[in-house]
Design a binder for this molecule. Structure first.
Ligand code: ARG
Length: 474
């Protein structure tokens, strides 16, 4: 099918079909379709407000656009646009309007360029996706905090690691609070993107310098939920900052998800046994009958890499571009849409997979003190008794080495030996994981009172973020 292009009047020869195909962004653009309809309806309002089109024309355009919105939702529009070999989703919607309302349709693109249309549509898309990503992250935080509450009640402990080596005993609630902070920041990042995407409406900026037609830009801007029309046309049509910010926020949220996933993948191995992933989230092997694999968390790790790669591609595509619109921006947009669509899908899967995680408190508690995780507490006790940090580190290190040689945990005999060697009494030092955790004093520590405060503070912060940021949009 020959494309019905929005340009071509000045050309004598038809475009090379392969190059036209190379230049098509239809497949990449399709997620933008509902947002282009909203943008086009606002443009109709701006044309009407400026008395550029009649009330009848405006009504006919609006009816056609409403019909297209229904076709988009039903999925028939995408099939139609492919069949027509449209150059992009914006041209496709314009063509479909001309199909449905031939006389009025010829007026839709008045005073409009695809440049201001693409910029505006992309902002609407960014705002909607940022809002749902924010919700997704907020729900992850809620799940983590609910689990943290329960784990705090049970007092479940585990050995925190650094370098994957046993480090210090912590509460499971503290580990969950750590993950909650990560996703609270992710929530906040999407919140910022959402409100940034509601500031200036590019619509009415034309190709790059504005229009001689009296477009009622304020009407369009407010209909689309923007605070104001953009201030500088050439910036408005070439600006992709918020779209890049959304992809960045997506890549970062998946980055956090990948770190939690890494831990859960390991925790699900029998060697650790810290969690069991429910059947509904696990997969088997086609050969080994015993296998239960934590695939969703492995895929999330890989999706994080994909999103980071697309962010890199999007950032690189915009470097060195002169001001205004250049066709490279079509690829910037493609990277953003691909990264965000796939990324948010992965984030959703991550949240779902989390709900199938069952913590094995017995196993965690049993190993909380393994690997001499209380050694720091003994060094701290020596310091409290007057030793310098260096002296304490040395003395406890030697004692750990001895216990290791004797293949046993640190115990009261070590406290006595240390007192003997250093002349300092540390008989009140914690000797088990529970005492170690309870002895922590600093704000933000793993001690139950601090963890409870952190949970309450995060809940309050989350409630503030969950208030709607900007209304009146698609
Ligand atoms: N498909 C193009 C894009 O998405 C539409 C804008 C084309 N503008 C232009 N001046 N050729 O970027």
């Amino acid at each position: 099918m020959k494309a019905d292009l929005q340009w071509g009047g000045r050309f004598v020869a038809p475009p090379d079909a392969a190059l036209l195909d190379f230049g098509s962004s239809l497949e990449d653009d399709l997620p933008l379709a509902p947002f282009d309809v909203a943008c086009s309806r606002a443009h109709v309002a701006a044309l009407l407000g400026g008395k550029i089109i009649s009330l009848e024309t405006a009504a006919a355009l609006d009816t056609a656009l409403a019909a297209i919105a229904t076709e988009i939702e039903a999925g028939s529009f995408a099939a139609w646009a492919r069949e027509q070999a449209c150059e992009d989703v914006h041209g496709a919607i314009d063509q479909r309007v001309r199909d449905l309302a031939p006389t009025a349709g010829a007026w839709l693109h008045t005073g409009r360029s695809r440049n201001d249309q693409v910029s505006t549509t992309l902002l609407l898309y960014v705002r909607a996706r940022a809002a749902s990503a924010k919700q997704e992250c907020a729900q992850i935080v809620q799940w983590l905090l609910a689990q943290a509450d329960a784990a705090l009640k049970d007092g479940t402990m585990l050995a925190a690691t650094t370098h994957w080596q046993p480090a210090q005993p912590i509460l499971l609630a503290f580990w969950l609070a750590t993950a909650a902070e990560m996703f609270l920041r992710a929530t906040r990042r999407f919140d910022r993107v959402e409100s940034d995407a509601a500031r200036f409406a590019p619509l009415g900026s034309g190709a790059c310098s504005g229009s001689t037609l009296p477009l009622a830009r304020e009407i369009a801007a407010s209909q689309l939920g923007f605070a104001a029309p953009s201030r500088v046309a050439m910036d408005a049509i070439g600006n992709r900052d918020v779209a890049l910010d959304l992809l960045h926020a997506t890549a970062r949220a998946l980055g956090e998800a990948s770190r939690v996933s890494e831990e859960l993948v390991l925790w699900a191995t029998p060697a650790f046994g810290y969690i069991r992933l429910g059947d509904a989230a696990s997969t088997g092997s086609s050969l080994m009958p015993q296998k239960r694999n934590p695939d969703p968390f492995e895929l999330v790790r890989a999706h994080a890499a994909g999103a980071a790669g697309l962010l890199q591609a999007a950032l690189a595509s915009i470097n060195g571009l002169a001001l205004s619109y250049h066709r490279d921006l079509q690829e910037t947009k493609a990277h953003v849409l691909r990264g965000v669509e796939r990324g948010l899908g992965a984030l959703h899967a991550f949240r779902l997979a989390l709900t199938y995680v069952h913590f094995n408190a017995t196993q965690m508690n049993a190993h909380a003190a393994d690997g001499y995780t209380i050694a720091t507490d003994l060094a701290d006790a020596l310091i409290a008794a007057g030793a310098s940090a260096r002296e304490a580190h040395e003395a406890i290190g030697a004692q750990v080495a001895q216990a290791e040689r004797e293949q046993r945990a640190l115990n009261v005999s070590d406290l006595a030996a240390i007192a003997e060697k250093t002349g300092r009494d540390i008989s009140a030092a914690p000797l088990d994981a529970q005492a170690s955790i309870a002895a922590k004093r600093t704000i933000g520590s793993t001690a139950p009172t601090h963890v409870a405060k952190a949970i309450a503070s995060m809940r309050a912060e989350l409630a503030g973020l969950e208030e709607p940021c900007c209304g009146g949009h698609v």
